[in-house]
Design a protein around this ligand. Structure first.
Ligand SMILES: C[C@H](O)[C@H](O)[C@H]1CNC2=NC(N)=NC(=O)C2=N1
Length: 112
């Protein structure tokens, strides 16, 4: 298990620090399948997962929901036939927080 995946989220609060470039350089190698996207000037972590059908995609989506509730940190999830796209960012600070890196790493562990 990566160091990131062993961590837990802290409570989201306005004014929390955005993830730094140094933190990105340190942690992104632990989540190599994830891309950093910028939408409406908000940095987001995004990865797609492939499945053989819709039922498996939905089951994986439920695992993500369970993770989100456990960490009180929630992604955007697009569930399609054979594909789930997961996007993590922190709404309160309109950008990336360490929580998002942690949840991306934990999301990778959900793939059976
Ligand atoms: C009250 C509740 O804990 C907060 O609104 C949490 C819920 N989950 C969250 N998830 C994400 N991704 N960003 C947030 O700012 C956020 N805030």
């Amino acid at each position: 298990m990566s160091k990131l995946a062993s961590l837990h989220c802290e409570a989201c609060r306005a004014g929390a620090p955005l993830v730094t470039q140094e933190e990105l350089q340190e942690f992104m190698p632990q989540i190599p399948e994830w891309c950093i996207e910028t939408r409406n000037n908000i940095l987001q972590l995004e990865r797609s997962f492939a499945f053989g059908n819709f039922v498996d995609a939905m089951a994986f989506s439920q695992k993500i929901a369970d993770l989100a509730e456990a960490e009180s940190h929630h992604p955007a999830v697009l569930t399609e036939w054979g594909k789930v796209t997961v996007t993590w960012w922190t709404h309160k600070i309109k950008g990336l927080h360490r929580n998002d890196l942690i949840c991306a790493a934990k999301t990778d562990l959900l793939v059976s």
